[in-house]
Write a protein that binds this ligand. Structure first.
Ligand code: CA
Length: 325
């Protein structure tokens, strides 16, 4: 079905690859070049690689976590950043210490959860899957246990965090929008944590001009890639950019000027960040935002699933520690 209008820019291009011909009108010309703008708001605390840990010995059960320092950073992008969208206004944000998954949650880890809880496998729609009746076990393209789990809803992601919380006695949850960008930037102020230009040696994303999957350099992946196939950022986190977007806790309703469906209650849209294997480069920048469900999608936040959405966990620290200096 052809969209009747372009969704807001931050949603455009994300997962649209397989419908590229329908969505070329949504492509946004890059802003005038100005990646040479002096850095703003460098993160002073991101000088040392933080501690890595797991709350149980079985890696298929407990994801590896990294203990991040708190800090203050500049969220968003400068008006001159190439490829930016208009919902990236800069602001200073403080983030408390928290732990974050070193990798995206994998299919293998999701299988452990699914088996332990005897969850029924949802056969509801999964956008951009490549088969009829897709499930997280079969999105219609090859995946191994080391690939990120996809075709899971926002409530599914919550249930996983709740299960792990019950299992370990530590509070697991989704990241907030601010926490995600803080973790992704890891002290960087450039469009990507590795610099000013997208690189297929650094992340799994799509074509350099809209739209479609791409394979180049280290990025040999048309669809998802095994977690950790690309270099980590300065915090030691892998796949913050590309591969799949990560469901976040933050509600997008009040920050994005989108029509809220009539009769909707609660939060209609949630942010997902990081960009997808099929996105153009500007969608996988640190400041780029995605959200779901798409405004014209019949699915709701309770039912929307996508082959481009997975999750990464956050975990509260056990005691409130003073901010590190
Ligand atoms: Ca790719």
């Amino acid at each position: 079905m052809h969209p009747t209008h372009c969704p807001p820019p931050a949603r455009c291009g994300v997962l649209t690859v397989l419908l590229a011909s329908l969505l070329t009108a949504c492509e946004k010309p890059p802003s005038p070049d100005a990646d040479a703008t002096p850095p703003v708001g460098a993160l002073a605390t991101a000088t040392q690689r933080p501690r890595e840990f797991a709350d149980c010995s079985d890696p298929s059960e407990c994801p590896l976590m990294i203990d991040l320092p708190g800090g203050e950073f500049t969220m968003g992008s400068p008006a001159t950043e190439t490829g930016r969208f208009d919902d990236e206004d800069q602001r200073r944000v403080g983030v408390r210490p928290f732990a974050v998954g070193k990798y995206l949650v994998t299919r293998g880890q999701w299988a452990t959860f699914s088996d332990a809880t005897k969850r029924p496998v949802a056969r509801a729609n999964c956008s951009y899957a490549q088969t009829l009746n897709p499930t997280w076990q079969n999105p219609g393209f090859p995946q191994t246990a080391d690939h990120p789990v996809i075709c899971i809803s926002w409530p599914d992601a919550h249930e996983y965090a709740a299960w792990l919380t019950q299992r370990t006695g530590h509070r697991y949850r989704l990241l907030t929008d601010e926490e995600w960008e803080y973790a992704a930037r890891a002290g960087s102020v450039t469009p990507y944590p590795w610099g000013t230009t997208a690189s297929h040696d650094q992340a799994n994303y799509g074509r350099d001009s809209c739209c479609g999957p791409a394979v180049a350099g280290r990025d040999t992946f048309m669809f998802t890639s095994p977690v950790g196939a690309f270099p980590a950022n300065a915090f030691g986190l892998h796949d913050m950019h590309g591969n799949v977007s990560e469901w976040l806790e933050t509600c997008a309703d009040t920050l994005e000027k989108l029509p809220i469906p009539k009769g909707a209650t609660g939060c209609t849209y949630r942010y997902g960040r990081g960009g997808v294997y099929a996105d153009p480069p500007n969608q996988v920048r640190s400041a780029a935002k995605n959200m779901a469900p798409p405004p014209n999608d019949p699915a709701t936040i309770d039912t929307y699933r996508s082959a481009g959405f997975g999750l990464r966990l956050a975990r509260d620290l056990d005691a409130v520690a003073p901010a590190r200096k």
